[in-house]
Design a protein around this ligand. Structure first.
Ligand code: HSE
Length: 443
């Protein structure tokens, strides 16, 4: 069923009525943009957008909600027959899922910025929306204000996407930039990111890569026309990185960025989030602080890059409002809707396990400083056909009688690298765990 905005007797089309659930950072940004840009929106759309109801646990002093029906029960909005589009800005999983499914059940279109909801429950939500003939839009769920979903779904629709790689967590990028530029410790920078409001309510989502994995899952589904496969996305965070590794990488001509990478291969799709060495001259290496960027390789267009603010009230609100406008246009022309995951039929591409991925590697090996150590290391690597591309060993500075041996390898199968690392770590000459960071030239 489609909820249509009924036209009055005059030629002027009736307003589209929006209900906003959640008036926190993104909810307030969305509300304020809708109020401030009312004129330009009306001119773009040919009709007005009216916020008829807000469901929020508390008022937000950043928003002037005078004259708007406010309810403390967000489900009132999902059931309100006077609302065409429900804007879900409460975040989280269970209540958000129930709210969105209730709204769909009541024939409402939905706009959400909730990446966890879409990545983990999107398949169920889109099926429910399709059955009801309504749209669920989620541009704001990935990379805040950057229109990456629209680009993948529409702007790049002529292409086979070969791969994409993105800096899609601003908190993680801010932490790495500060560690690199100021030699600061991970924990210290994380505290600042939390104070500045960049981090998620639970910052482990940022630093352990879960937030980026949610966003990568959504981008990959749109790029490759596959279902959302969050449970198959390999996820590694940045909490184990040290300033040593950042400095060694820089000395070798690389930067460490926390990337989400989706790559199509003959045997399936790689979906992986992890710290990655990329060449200094790679455009993504210049993306610093809380900024986000996504690089997409299409077979027809080549590389395109999308850069901008990945979080914040108005940047994210900008994407939410764009979705509201899209849906407002579709309300009277529902057959023009782009499928939620970009393809009318999903492909059954399998996601490759991380063991089947081939990349270059950075290794930092803390080894006893005595004759023959290098022979031990190179023998084990050579047993697994691992080819060294660059090597550094500095004068010994540590007081434990050990030195850091740092190397880059050519492309190696992850399974081989795991076995080689395990074998090296068992050797008496190798002390502690070997640090391994994947390397990708993104070419
Ligand atoms: N915590 C997220 C980030 C916010 O740092 O990118 C936007 O999703």
């Amino acid at each position: 069923m489609h909820l249509k905005a009924s036209s009055p007797k005059s030629n002027k089309p009736a307003p589209i009525k929006v209900g906003i659930c959640g008036l926190g950072t993104v909810g307030s940004g969305t509300f304020n943009i809708l109020q401030r840009q009312a004129d330009v929106i009306t001119r773009r759309l040919g009709r007005t957008i009216e916020v008829t109801q807000i469901g929020a646990r508390r008022d937000n002093p950043a928003c002037d909600t005078t004259g708007i029906n406010i309810t403390r029960d967000i489900f009132d909005v999902a059931r309100n027959p006077d609302v065409h589009i429900l804007v879900e800005m409460i975040g989280g999983y269970d209540t958000a899922r129930e709210l969105v499914l209730t709204a769909i059940d009541h024939g409402k279109h939905v706009v959400t910025a909730n990446k966890a909801l879409i990545a983990e429950h999107g398949n169920e939500i889109f099926a429910a929306a399709e059955a009801k003939g309504v749209v669920v839009a989620y541009e704001a769920a990935v990379a805040g204000g950057i229109p990456i979903i629209k680009s993948l779904r529409e702007g790049l629709a002529a292409n086979q996407v070969e791969w994409l790689a993105g800096i899609i967590n601003g908190t993680g990028n801010f932490i790495l930039s500060e560690m690199r530029d100021k030699g600061r410790d991970f924990g210290d920078v994380l505290k600042e990111a939390q104070a500045l409001g960049y981090a998620e309510a639970d910052p482990t989502f940022d630093v352990e890569g879960i937030d980026a994995a949610h966003k990568l899952t959504i981008m990959a589904a749109n790029a490759f026309g596959m279902p959302l496969r969050f449970d198959h996305t390999y996820t590694e965070g940045i909490s184990q990185l040290t300033p040593h590794d950042i400095n060694y990488a820089r000395d070798l001509g690389y930067q460490i960025k926390h990337l989400g990478i989706a790559r199509r291969r003959d045997s399936g799709v790689e979906l992986r989030v992890h710290p990655t060495l990329i060449p200094q001259q790679q455009p993504l290496a210049a993306v610093d602080g809380v900024m986000n960027a996504v690089l997409v390789q299409g077979d027809a267009v080549g590389q395109t890059m999308y850069y901008g603010a990945g979080a914040g009230a108005e940047p994210t609100g900008s994407a939410v409002v764009a979705d509201i406008l899209d849906i407002a246009r579709l309300i009277d022309h529902p057959t023009a809707a782009v499928p939620p995951l970009s393809f009318a039929s999903a492909s059954d591409l399998n996601v490759l396990p991380i063991d089947a991925v081939e990349t270059g590697y950075y290794l930092r090996i803390h080894a006893k400083d005595h004759p023959g150590v290098m022979t031990t290391i190179t023998r084990i690597l050579s047993n697994y056909h691992i080819n060294i591309d660059a090597l550094i060993q500095r004068e010994r500075r540590d007081t434990d009688g050990c030195a850091d041996i740092v190397m880059l390898t050519h492309k190696t199968l992850e399974a081989d690298m795991n076995t080689a690392i395990a074998e090296m770590e068992q050797h008496d000459d190798i002390v502690g765990s070997i640090t391994r960071i994947r390397l990708d030239p993104l070419g």
